[in-house]
Design a protein around this ligand. Structure first.
Ligand code: MLC
Length: 507
C-alpha cells in the first residue's frame, strides 16, 4: 500500500467533496474539483500519457504554473510508475537545460509562454522525445476528457522512484534526490499522525508546488487526509489573510518570510484567525522575534518543523505540547535523528553541538545517476549527513545551530553558492568570486556576491546582477555585490566564508 492507495480511497469516500479549489489571484472563488472528479481526471490523464508513450521509470518534467494541469500530470505520472520532475517556472533556459539533460527527461510539459524557447530542445537532446506546451487549464482538460479513463493497477513497489527533486551541493551542480513511493508514504503517514490532519481541514495553500514543502507536505498532506486545499497562484499577504478568514481555513503552511509579511499586513487592520487550528513554519529557521510577534498578532503559536528535499519532514514541534521557541522539535514517528562529532562521526552527548544525521523510511535512496554523491551523503550504516549543525536537548528536542554545508537560504529557497560562483566565473571581468549569505530581516539571508575584479574599477554591481539574471532563477541572483582586492583564505587556499561574512555583511 502506498499513499496513492490512500488517495484513491479518499476519492471514493469523499467523492462529492471539494479536493482542490483554485482561487483567483485576488482570493475570489475559482474552479473547484471534487475528489470524484479528481480521480476521473487523473485516470484520463494517465491514458493520455500512455498514448504519449510514458512507461515505468520514465522522467516526465513539469515546468508549469501552479494549476490543475500540473497536479493531474504529476499524479498521473506517479500512477504510471513513471517519475515526476517538477521544475520552477522561473528557471531561465540555461538552468532548465541542465535539469532536462541531467535527468534524461523523456517528456517535458512546458508553459505555453515558454514554448517558443523550448520547442527546439528535442532536436538537441538525445533523451527528450517531446515538448508539450500547455496553454491553459481549459485547453488541457479539453484534450484529456476525450480519453477513456485508464484502468492501470496502482504501483506496488515501495522502493521505486516516483518523484525527483533537484538539490545542490558543495560541487555546484544540482543533483536529483530520488524519492520513492515508500519514502513519501512514510512521511505522509508520520505527518498525518503528528499534525492531526482531519478530513474536515481546509488548507490555504500559498506555496509553490515544485518543492517538497508546497507539493508533498501541504498538497499531498491535504489529499492524503481527504481534506480541501484552496490554492492561491502566488502569495500576497492581504489576499492570504482575507482568504483564510473568508474561506474559514483551518491549516496554513509557510516559510518565515511569508509569516513576517502576514504579521506586517495584519498590524494594519483587524484579522480574526480563530478558526485556524494549525499554522506551520519551515524551509528556513524561524527567528525568535517572529515566533513572538506571530503569537501576539494572531494568538497562534507557529509550529516549526525541519525537513529537506532528500527526506521530506524530519523533526517537528508537537501539535499538543510545548512548541519551543528556537527549536525544531522532536523527531517524527519513524525518524531517527542524532548529533555526531563532525570529524569522527561519533555520537555526541546531549547539549553538545555537532552534525545532524538522520535515518528512516522517509529518507531518499540517493541521487539520480550519482553513486559517488550518494556515497558521500550517507554513512555506511545508512545515516544521511544533513549538512546542518545542531544539538539535542536532554528531553529530546533538537535545536539547529548553523550549517556545515555551504548554503544560503533566502525566503525559504536554498541557494548553493558554488552554483552562483560558477556563473560569475564566466564573466570576463571577474577574477574570483565568493558568494555568501548576509543576515536579512525580510529574506532570512540575502545572497551577496563578493568579487575580485580582473582590473580595479572596471565592473559595477548592476552589470553583475544583470549578467546573473540572464543565467539564474530570480532567488539565486545576488541582491548585493561587493568588490574587494582579496579574500581571507586558510592555509590550503580555501576562502574562509565565515570571516568574509564578518568583513562584508555589516558594512
Ligand atoms: C522572490 N524573490 C526572491 C525570493 N522570492 N528573492 C530572494 N529570495 C526569494 N525567496 C524576488 C522576486 O523575483 C523579486 O525580484 C523580488 O524578490 C521581490 O519579489 P516579491 O514579490 O517580494 O516576492 P514574492 O514573489 O512575493 O516571493 C516571496 C515568497 C517566495 C516568500 C512568497 O520566495 C516563496 O514562495 N518562498 C517559498 C519557498 C519555498 O516554498 N521553499 C520550500 C523549499 S522545500 P525582482 O528583482 O524581480 O523584483 C524545503 C524543504 C523544507 O526547503 O523543509 O521545507
Amino acid at each position: 500500500m502506498t499513499f496513492l492507495d490512500r488517495l484513491v480511497d479518499n476519492c471514493e469516500r469523499y467523492a462529492d467533496k471539494v479536493a482542490l479549489e483554485f482561487l483567483e489571484a485576488d482570493g475570489s472563488s475559482g474552479r473547484g474539483v471534487t475528489y470524484g472528479q479528481l480521480e476521473e481526471a487523473v485516470r484520463k490523464t494517465m491514458a493520455y500519457l500512455q498514448e504519449k508513450g510514458v512507461k515505468k521509470g520514465d522522467r516526465v518534467a513539469l515546468q508549469l504554473p501552479k494549476g490543475l494541469p500540473f497536479i493531474l500530470l504529476h499524479l498521473a505520472v506517479m500512477r504510471l510508475e513513471a517519475i515526476s520532475l517538477p521544475l520552477n517556472p522561473g528557471y531561465p533556459p540555461r538552468e532548465l537545460r541542465y535539469f532536462l539533460e541531467d535527468a534524461a527527461v523523456e517528456l517535458f510539459f512546458a508553459d505555453a509562454a515558454a514554448a517558443v524557447t523550448v520547442a527546439p530542445l528535442p532536436d538537441e537532446m538525445e533523451s527528450l522525445e517531446e515538448v508539450v506546451p500547455v496553454k491553459s487549464t481549459d485547453s488541457f482538460l479539453a484534450q484529456v476528457v476525450t480519453y477513456e479513463a485508464a484502468r492501470q493497477p496502482l504501483p506496488r513497489d515501495p522502493d521505486a522512484t516516483c518523484l525527483m527533486i533537484y538539490t545542490s551541493g558543495t560541487t555546484g551542480r544540482p543533483k536529483g534526490a530520488q524519492l520513492s513511493y515508500g519514502n513519501l508514504t512514510a512521511n505522509l503517514d508520520a505527518l498525518h499522525e503528528a499534525w492531526g490532519w482531519l478530513a474536515e481541514d481546509r488548507i490555504l495553500h500559498v506555496l509553490p508546488i515544485f518543492h517538497v514543502h508546497g507539493l508533498i507536505v501541504a498538497l499531498h498532506g491535504a489529499l492524503n487526509a481527504g481534506a480541501t486545499a484552496l490554492l492561491l497562484p502566488a502569495f500576497e499577504a492581504e489576499v492570504a489573510l482575507e482568504a483564510m478568514e473568508k474561506e474559514q481555513c483551518t491549516v496554513f503552511m509557510a516559510v518565515p518570510t511569508i509569516h513576517r509579511r502576514l504579521v506586517e499586513a495584519a498590524n494594519a487592520g483587524e484579522v480574526d484567525l480563530s478558526h485556524m487550528r494549525l499554522l506551520t513554519s519551515g524551509s528556513d529557521r524561524l527567528p525568535d522575534d517572529l515566533f513572538a510577534q506571530f503569537q501576539e498578532t494572531f494568538g497562534h503559536t507557529l509550529l516549526e518543523r525541519y525537513g529537506m528535499s532528500e527526506t521530506g519532514m524530519l523533526i517537528s514541534n508537537p501539535l499538543n505540547g510545548e512548541r519551543r521557541v528556537g527549536s525544531v522539535g522532536l523527531p517524527l514517528p519513524g525518524v531517527e535523528a542524532r548529533i555526531v562529532d563532525p570529524e569522527t562521526e561519533a555520537p555526541l552527548p546531549d547539549g553538545e553541538v555537532g552534525a545532524v544525521q538522520v535515518r528512516g523510511a522517509n529518507v531518499c535512496k540517493g541521487y539520480w545517476r550519482r553513486p559517488e554523491k550518494t556515497a558521500e551523503a550517507f554513512t555506511e550504516d545508512g545515516w544521511l549527513r544533513t549538512g546542518d549543525l545542531g544539538l539535542r536537548e536532554p528531553d529530546g528536542y533538537f535545536t539547529l545551530k548553523g550549517r556545515s554545508k555551504d548554503l544560503v537560504i533566502s525566503g525559504g529557497y536554498n541557494v548553493y553558492p558554488p552554483e552562483v560562483e560558477l556563473v560569475l566565473a564566466e564573466h570576463p571581468g571577474v577574477d574570483a568570486s565568493a558568494v555568501i549569505g548576509c543576515p536579512d530581516p525580510e529574506w532570512g539571508e540575502r545572497v551577496t556576491a563578493v568579487i575580485i575584479p580582473e582590473a580595479a574599477g572596471t565592473l559595477n554591481a548592476e552589470e553583475i546582477i544583470a549578467f546573473c539574471r540572464e543565467r539564474l532563477v530570480n532567488y539565486k541572483v545576488p541582491r548585493r555585490v561587493v568588490f574587494v582586492d582579496s579574500f581571507p583564505r586558510n592555509a590550503l587556499g580555501k576562502v574562509q566564508k565565515a570571516r568574509l561574512r564578518e568583513q562584508v555583511c555589516d558594512e
